[in-house]
Structure formats: structure tokens, C-alpha cells
Design a protein around this ligand. Structure first.
Ligand SMILES: [Zn+2]
Length: 316
């Protein structure tokens, strides 16, 4: 899409309207392939680009790059119009060179992994020390705050708030039988979506397929959960990759079978959290100093010997 400007005939370069229409058509994750094709052809016709070689070849290879064709694939954040995909690109660019030999690739690969692990440890530390601010009275939001990690909780919170307070998000119609419940949900752009709940296996499915694609719940399913007075996010809708790690989850509290959320105050866990915070804080502040790193490692080694004696094999 960055190349569009180079490929457009000169007399069309100034057409902001064309760029806007093209972007809206290409970057919509919410339309099916045939709707994409229809809109694309209409744009090409309207702007006299139907015989343009470059646009024709891009259309011919649409299956490989247009998000509408990836609606059923779990894509995490690889295809997204937001800065998330840019940061993914950035990450790969930083750690790869086109002419690197195998050795260099291997070293860069290790470096990239180490950086990811270190970032993950930092985020986990922030997550363990931050208490999220709730914006609704709903139990389901409280529950979300105990299971999702930092920025992903914010994303889910936006969806919950939208589903709860937006007048345009409404559950319009319900039809049920013994096996499935079908809900008709309208969103802010007046699109209507069908959310299906299979009673037998306790699963929800929404036509927008956001959950299948990103592992994140959409506002349409939340509308239905609210409508059904569901208090906890159903297990199958939690999505693995955005959850707090087991360690952080324990600190923020648990919930019991009676569908009420209780904050668990556990001295052992708090002490462990403080120890972990101390470790992360210390390692972060000595990061750039090899002498201090060696000294800290020696202190820890010594401490380990004192606590556990020599030759003790750690187990969990
Ligand atoms: Zn949806």
C-alpha cells in the first residue's frame, strides 16, 4: 500500500478520496473476500484504473496480501492496520540482515530471543505491581482484570465499556432452540452481526471472527454476555496469548466457583512478589555494568549456598 503513491497515474496523485476509499477497502478485516472484490472493482471503475497494470497484478495476487482473505486464520497481530504490525516489522528488521550468513543469523536469532525474554520479564514485573482501575460495576470486568495482562486488559476493557455503555451496541433479536441461541447484535457503524451460542459445548461464535483472528473478544460477544448476565469470561473465550502468566495471576487474586471474585491475600505470595520485584529492579539498574552484574551474581550464588547448602538440586 505504500507503493500506491508511486504507481498512480500522475493526474491522480492528489486524489485523497481515492486513497481513502482504497485504504478502507483493503484494510477492512470485517468484510468477506467477495465484498472486497466487489468494492475493489467499483473503485477501479470509478477512477478509470481498471486497465492499470500494477493495480491489476495486485488484484491478481489478492489472496496473498489482502486481510479479507485471512479472516479465518489466527493472525495474532501480524495483519493489523495499527502500530502493532509496524512494531512487528521493526522487530524483524532490527534482528535480520538480508545478506547475513548462517552464523550471523544464528547469533541475531539468539539475541532477539533474549531481548524478548527480558522485555517479557519487565512487563511481568510492571503487571505484578499495577492495580487496574475498573470502569464499570460489572463482575465480568473485574474478572477480566484478574486474567488479562496489562495492555491487553486495557484493550478488553475498552470493548467491555463500549458494549456496556454504547447505545448503538444492542442485542436486537434472540432466537433459541435446545441446542443453540442466536443473537443479532448491532455495532456503532450500524453493521449487524450474528452471535451464536452453542449450549452443549458452551461456545460462542461471532460473524466478525475477531476472536478467531486475534484471540481477543469482540464487543458483539460482550453484548451477548452482558445480556445473559454472565459474570465470568467463559473459559473458551479467554484466548491463551493475552493472559497473565500464572505467577502474576496469583498475585492479583483468584475467583471461586460461586462466581464471586475474591482478592486473595496470601503472605507467601506477597513476599515472593516483593522478592521478584527486588530482583528485577536490581538487574535493571545494573544492566550496563559488567562488574556490578558479576558482583550481583556472586552475591546470589553465595546466598543460594547459605540457604540451600552446596550441591542441592533445585526442584519445583
Ligand atoms: Zn464480533
Amino acid at each position: 500500500m505504500n507503493k500506491v503513491v508511486d504507481k498512480l497515474p500522475k493526474n491522480m496523485l492528489g486524489s485523497e478520496q481515492l486513497k481513502k476509499e482504497l485504504n478502507a477497502c483493503v484494510w477492512s478485516e470485517l468484510i468477506e473476500p467477495d465484498a472486497f472484490e466487489e468494492t475493489w472493482h467499483a473503485i477501479m471503475k470509478r477512477y478509470g484504473l481498471a486497465n492499470n497494470d500494477w493495480f491489476s497484478s495486485m488484484f491478481a495476487s489478492r489472496r496473498f496480501w489482502v486481510p479479507a482473505f485471512f479472516r479465518d486464520f489466527p493472525m495474532s497481530s501480524l495483519i493489523k492496520t495499527t502500530s502493532l504490525s509496524e512494531s512487528q516489522n521493526n522487530f524483524f528488521k532490527r534482528y535480520s540482515k538480508s545478506r547475513a550468513n548462517l552464523m550471523k543469523f544464528y547469533m541475531n536469532y539468539n539475541h532477539a530471543l533474549e531481548t524478548q525474554r527480558s522485555n517479557s520479564a519487565k512487563l511481568e514485573y510492571y503487571d505484578s505491581t499495577k492495580v487496574p482501575i475498573l470502569r464499570t460495576e460489572l463482575e465480568i470486568e473485574k474478572h477480566a482484570s484478574t486474567i488479562y495482562s496489562g495492555s491487553d486488559y486495557n484493550a478488553i476493557q475498552e470493548v467491555i465499556v463500549y458494549a456496556c455503555f454504547s447505545l448503538s451496541c444492542a442485542t436486537l433479536g434472540v432466537s433459541t432452540n435446545r441446542e443453540i441461541e442466536v443473537y443479532n447484535v448491532k455495532d456503532k457503524d450500524s453493521n449487524s452481526w450474528t452471535v451464536t451460542y452453542s449450549i452443549g459445548d458452551d461456545t460462542y461464535f461471532c460473524g466478525c471472527k475477531k476472536f478467531e483472528r486475534l484471540d481477543l473478544l469482540c464487543s458483539h460477544i460482550f453484548c451477548v454476555l452482558k445480556y445473559k448476565f454472565v459474570k465470568l469470561i467463559p473459559e473458551k473465550l479467554r484466548g491463551g496469548r493475552w493472559l497473565k502468566s500464572q505467577f502474576v495471576k496469583l498475585i492479583h487474586g483468584g475467583f471461586c466457583d460461586d462466581q464471586e471474585i475474591h482478592l486473595v491475600v496470601d503472605k507467601k505470595k506477597i513476599a515472593f512478589k516483593n522478592l521478584y520485584a527486588l530482583f528485577i529492579e536490581t538487574t535493571q539498574s545494573i544492566e550496563g555494568n559488567i562488574d556490578q552484574i558479576n558482583a550481583f551474581a556472586a552475591i546470589m550464588e553465595e546466598g543460594k549456598k547459605q540457604l540451600l547448602g552446596e550441591g542441592v538440586i533445585l526442584s519445583d
